[in-house]
Unconditional design. Structure first.
Length: 131
């Protein structure tokens, strides 16, 4: 649900703060977590998935922070979808959060596996940031 996405966003924010990450990541990571979770849940509901779900994990390594999203909606490469939305949508404000989240990330990877979508978004850690 959207409420679950907001709750996860708050947990992601607390994680970033607890790990001592800079203000850029403390802002971008929760924003991306919330916007992409809402989008993926919407994809599941739009396609009438029985129990749409999104599992999100955050991995902090030496040089990067990666968020991994796994969902059970039909195949959905968000990067390709965002490009389609930009080109063919008559309402440019639609999905603006998802498009913005994808542009804020330093890396994006989509891996369809079995009946799951796996989307990974990476933020590079700059010098002076805690890892």
């Amino acid at each position: 649900t959207d409420a679950g996405a907001v709750e996860f966003s708050e947990l992601a924010s607390a994680f970033c703060k607890r790990k001592g990450l800079n203000s850029r990541l403390r802002y971008f990571v929760p924003l991306c977590a919330e916007e992409l979770s809402i989008c993926l849940i919407g994809q599941g509901m739009e396609n009438k998935v029985k129990d749409p779900s999104v599992h999100v994990k955050i991995l902090l390594c030496d040089q990067s922070l990666t968020m991994s999203f796994r969902d059970n909606s039909p195949r959905c490469d968000l990067l390709k979808r965002a490009e389609e939305w930009s080109l063919h949508d008559d309402r440019p404000e639609r999905f603006i959060g998802t498009r913005m989240a994808l542009k804020l990330a330093d890396g994006f990877r989509y891996i369809p596996l079995m009946d799951q979508n796996n989307t990974m978004i990476t933020f590079n850690l700059s010098k002076g940031e805690t890892a």
